[in-house]
Design a protein around this ligand. Structure first.
Ligand SMILES: [Fe+2]
Ligand SMILES: [Fe+2]
Length: 271
């Protein structure tokens, strides 16, 4: 308790208590600066991830394997861009300048090296979750992104369904529903590729590449910031808990399709 007293002032400890007892914040409410700072961090991270995600998916409208799939990918791109719009509007409402940001940052930037592993590193001065720096090179990658990353995002957004910041909470239900559709698309295609003996080895190869990247999106399980988000009512579970929920969901699916999940060690990841 003594370290905690050192780390946070009386005002913050009172805020944690109030939030624990159900205090929420709505549009027009004055936000405690400490709360606002952490809320902005999370919103920027989501906004830039949705936006960079949409841009990263865009080339796949053209490259998708059938006209039907081109329509589905176009729909997914539209969904992600709409998610970005929703979150950027929340940020603008809090006095941020998202249009200047998207006009000046390179949110379409991708790492060119196909097998790069950046661990927990940042690459540019935007706020996207760092998996959105990797290039989607093959259709298998696009599908793995739906199968793994949209599913991981779903688990993370689940916490926002109960956010202490009400405008975010109200908007997240629609986003969550659309992410579920992306996951269904991934599940369908993982089944198709895994049952095709010509495609399965390459699918496994690409899964090996994407697996640590996806595991890293849950952040460090030792992160202090994450506990703070929980105390501010901006998340419900710690990084480690959300990662475990994702694993409980994904591992049986990989097993069902005969896909092997590579070993992952958080301590091996570059920081
Ligand atoms: Fe999204
Ligand atoms: Fe998505």
């Amino acid at each position: 308790m003594s370290t905690e007293q050192n780390q946070y002032g009386e005002e913050e400890l009172k805020l944690f208590d109030d939030i624990k007892s159900g205090r929420t914040f709505d549009l027009g409410d004055e936000l405690p600066p400490f709360y606002k700072k952490h809320l902005l961090n999370l919103l920027w991270m989501q906004g830039d991830s949705e936006y960079a995600g949409a841009l990263g998916y865009m080339p796949w409208i053209e490259k998708a394997p059938s006209l039907h799939e081109k329509v589905l990918v176009a729909q997914i791109v539209k969904d992600e861009m709409r998610h970005a719009q929703v979150v950027y509007r929340l940020l603008d409402g809090l006095g941020e300048k998202t249009l200047d940001h998207t006009n000046t940052k390179e949110l379409g930037y991708k790492i060119e090296e196909d097998e790069a592993q950046i661990g927990f590193k940042r690459v540019k001065d935007d706020y996207r979750v760092n998996i959105f720096y990797y290039n989607i090179k093959y259709w298998h990658d696009f599908i793995l992104f739906n199968f793994l990353m949209d599913r991981a995002a779903g688990h993370q957004l689940e916490d926002t369904l109960e956010s202490s910041y009400l405008p975010w909470k109200k908007n997240i239900a629609g986003i969550f529903k659309e992410e579920t559709f992306h996951v269904v698309h991934g599940d369908k295609w993982i089944g198709i590729l895994a049952q095709d003996p010509k495609e399965k080895p390459f699918l496994q190869e690409r899964l090996n590449l994407w697996w640590p990247r996806v595991m890293n999106v849950f952040g460090s399980t030792r992160s202090q910031t994450n506990d703070l988000y929980v105390r501010l009512g901006l998340k419900k579970r710690t990084n480690g808990e959300i990662r475990q929920a994702f694993l409980d969901d994904i591992l049986p699916l990989c097993k069902k399709w005969g896909l092997e999940v590579p070993d992952y060690k958080e301590s091996d990841q570059p920081t």
